[in-house]
Design a protein around this ligand. Structure first.
Ligand SMILES: [Cu+2]
Length: 150
């Protein structure tokens, strides 16, 4: 390999290495001690309030479902959570958030015509996918700018 071709290839190698690092490197997660978290979720046609629950992996999460108008339910994908309550009543349940990721909250009672859109989300741990996509976008930007600096 001549000196000039190495000079041309090297920046791309560095970028490829950076991209691999962004994808594979474990993120420095602040190791928070598991805590007890309690969420009172008010449900009404056709939304939850709050609709987004953020917890750390290992947290003991208690959910209180409090329907405001008609009977509503709440289930969480991949978690053994399924609550139902009448308006004015509260149903609650505690579970351990032992799976990191983002999981959908769904109403498990047909509560009206917009019922399928009654959703929310449980985010367990930091949004690593978001950070990795941002990192990749930066590497792609660097790659796009690279030829200009020759
Ligand atoms: Cu509902």
């Amino acid at each position: 390999m001549t000196k000039t071709s190495l000079h041309a290839v090297l920046p791309w190698l560095v970028l490829a290495l950076l991209a691999a690092l962004v994808l594979l490197l474990p993120l420095p997660v602040a190791a928070a001690a598991p805590r007890a978290r309690r969420f009172r979720i008010e449900a009404s046609q056709f939304a939850y309030s709050p609709a987004v629950l953020r917890v750390n992996p290992g947290d003991q999460v208690t959910i209180e479902l409090a329907p405001q108008d008609v009977v509503h339910g709440l289930s969480i994908d991949s978690y053994p959570v399924d609550l139902q309550a009448d308006p004015g009543q509260v149903a609650s349940l505690t579970f351990t958030a032992d799976r990191p990721g983002v999981f959908k909250l769904r109403c498990s009672v047909t509560c009206g015509n917009m019922h399928p859109f009654m959703t929310g989300k449980l985010q367990v741990g930091p949004p690593t996918l978001l950070w990795r996509s941002l990192g990749l976008a930066l590497v792609a930007l660097a790659a796009a700018l690279l030829p200009r600096f020759k």
